[in-house]
Design a protein around this ligand. Structure first.
Ligand SMILES: [Zn+2]
Length: 302
């Protein structure tokens, strides 16, 4: 009897030891696997128990991975929609700056004018952005453009390719924070050259639009260069791609927004790489009449 009891205890002990070893082994294996594989491995294990739970887990994993990109606003942290009060700050009124209301932005649609005098309201959240992945090579993997400009861009890229021009997207939609950062970098460059704050800001604003004054925040703008010339400077205008874009972009609804002959009006340096979607009809008029957007809208309203 005593022996049987001892055997039972032994068997129970051995069983417990085996369970512990299995648990330890499982943990070690999943820890050593690279995270993606580990998730897969775990998912497979869970799948045998509850396939629905696994599916949910995979969806969550996908969202987390995609939210890493700094320009993509995760769905969970929606910026509250701007209030009209925020648009009309006393400073804006004094300086003669117009900050659009959301209603005005909606009404303007693709025709919206954005510059240092007609700005986006604070906390403006660009809607309908789509990824540029797969359309053309990108200098930054997370680039996005407004949906309405997506197909025209695809068309334009295809046409350029057919003509032997390989385009690259250097930049597209930018958030307020990114725009602010870029502007501040430029301001600091001028401050380092012993310019006053006011002077530095004025000079910087000709190169990088201040936050809320940039077309890039609307999603309608895209900076395009090429595989042969990947820097955004005036030299791009002399390349095959720069020439092709200047000559053909209007056919797809894009305008060369900051022309060499119009810097006095646009208050922005010549940017042969910056294209703005406005639709085929207006793009053709602007191209044919050799005017800039400011002039076109002024004529249209007078
Ligand atoms: Zn640009």
């Amino acid at each position: 009897m005593k022996n049987i009891k001892r055997d039972k205890i032994l068997v129970a002990g051995l069983g417990a030891l085996i369970i512990l070893m299995v648990v330890f082994l499982f943990k070690t294996v999943t820890m050593e696997l690279p995270s993606a594989e580990a998730n897969n491995f775990k998912s497979k294990v869970i799948q045998t128990k509850d396939s629905k739970k696994t599916q949910n887990k995979e969806v969550v994993n996908t969202i987390t991975t995609e939210a890493i990109s700094p320009e993509v606003t995760p769905a969970t942290t929606e910026i509250p929609v701007v209030s009209v009060e925020a648009n009309s700050s006393p400073t804006a009124k004094v300086a003669g700056i117009k900050a659009y209301t959301l209603k005005e932005i909606e009404a303007a649609g693709t025709n919206i004018l954005i510059n240092k005098h007609f700005m986006l309201p604070m906390n403006y959240k660009t809607k309908n952005l789509v990824s540029l992945k797969g359309v053309m090579p990108l200098q930054l993997s997370y680039l996005q453009i407004i949906k309405v400009a997506f197909n025209p861009l695809v068309e334009m890229n295809r046409a350029a390719k057919a003509d032997g021009v390989k385009l690259i997207a250097a930049n597209a939609w930018r958030s307020y924070a990114t725009q602010k950062r870029g502007f501040n970098v430029k301001v600091n460059e001028y401050l380092a050259k012993h310019k006053s704050r006011a002077e530095a800001e004025k000079l910087a604003s000709r190169v990088v639009a201040p936050p809320n004054a940039s077309e890039h925040q609307t999603g309608f703008a895209i900076d395009i260069v090429s595989t042969k010339y990947a820097t955004r400077d005036e030299g791009f205008a002399l390349t095959a791609a720069g020439k092709w874009l200047a000559k053909n972009s209007w056919k797809y609804g894009f305008i060369l927004r900051y022309q060499q002959a119009k810097t006095q009006i646009t208050e922005i340096i010549y940017e042969p790489w910056h294209f703005r979607y406005i639709g085929k009809e207006i793009a053709k008029k602007i191209y044919d009449q050799k005017i800039c957007l400011e002039e076109y809208l002024k004529n249209a309203h007078s």
